[in-house]
Design a protein around this ligand. Structure first.
Ligand code: SF4
Length: 285
């Protein structure tokens, strides 16, 4: 075992409170296959690996005594789920819901419909939309052609209906955070959309090479401290380790593990970021 691994194995993280419940609606179904996506997409694009509503109902029931602030609907692309609207309504009965989407399904009509759904609930819907750069060509070079405009289009429609939006930037080009925020604010200002610092979340991209230096930083704000993810296969620590045996926490929420060993390259990225990679600031609710 290398020195790096020895050091990593020594670190653990214990769930303090389950505040963020991630639900993976599909593991591999996405209408876009971005070049640098961490998902190993099957050759067959029509994979139908959707989670069942009953499984979600069961998880919500089993976590009824937990202090959940937000349920996150994730995927691959969660809005490809055939029962997406019913799942959204179901989750909105329990807590705020954050939809982590590529934005491709959000046209004006959909945004209007989602506002109606939100208005029927006591909770809010928040959107997390992904970008890799503020320059269209650089962004699309990493994601897929047209994805930049797609996010702009989605933001425009969601903004029209006063949804809270978080632009989730994976800093693939390793630019300064200040520069990214400045450029994004300008782009949206030109579209008459006010984007605040709170609407921009920047994550450094994960690296495969383990570096001891990075592991020595404090792990004060990790998703695994306050979150778990439900998938068709069971409970896992976080979206990075969904369906990965190293992140497996149990079969369901009736009996799941609270302790996780920080042993993967993903954990290095989390520790290095010094902020939760997936959960959003609970103060926005
Ligand atoms: S990848 Fe991050 S959130 Fe997941 S277990 Fe590792 S440190 Fe925790």
């Amino acid at each position: 075992m290398s020195t790096e691994n020895t050091l990593l194995c020594a670190k653990t993280c214990t769930l303090e409170e389950l505040n963020n419940l991630f639900i993976e609606l599909t593991e591999k179904n996405c209408n876009q296959h971005c070049k640098q996506c961490y998902i190993n997409f099957p050759l067959n694009k029509k994979v139908k690996d959707f989670i069942s509503i009953d499984k979600i109902k069961e998880a919500i029931k089993q976590t009824e005594n937990e202090k959940i602030n937000c349920i996150y609907l994730t995927g691959a692309e969660p809005m490809t789920h055939p029962d997406f609207n019913s799942i959204l309504r179901l989750c909105l009965k329990r807590s705020n819901v954050c939809i982590c989407t590529n934005g491709s399904f959000i046209n004006e009509k959909k945004a209007r419909f989602l506002k109606k759904v939100e208005n029927e609930s006591d909770y809010s819907i928040i959107f997390q939309l992904p970008l890799n750069h503020y320059n269209e060509i650089k962004n699309d070079d990493i994601r897929s052609r047209g994805s930049f405009r797609q996010v702009l289009h989605a933001v425009k429609n969601l903004n029209k209906y006063d949804f809270y939006i978080i632009l989730c930037i994976t800093n693939s080009y390793k630019e300064s955070k200040k520069q990214i925020v400045f450029e994004l604010k300008n782009i949206f200002k030109n579209l008459d959309i006010i984007i605040d610092d709170k609407n921009i979340k920047i994550n450094e991209c994960w690296e495969k090479t383990v570096n001891i230096e990075k592991t020595e930083e404090n792990n004060e704000k990790l998703d695994c401290q306050n979150s778990r993810i439900l998938t068709t296969k069971g409970i896992y620590t976080c979206p990075f380790l969904a369906n990965d045996y190293r992140g497996r926490m149990g079969t369901d929420f009736s009996n799941y593990s609270k302790k996780v060993q920080l042993e993967t390259d993903f954990c290095i990225t989390c520790i290095k970021n010094k902020e939760q990679m997936f959960a959003i600031d609970k103060n926005i609710f």
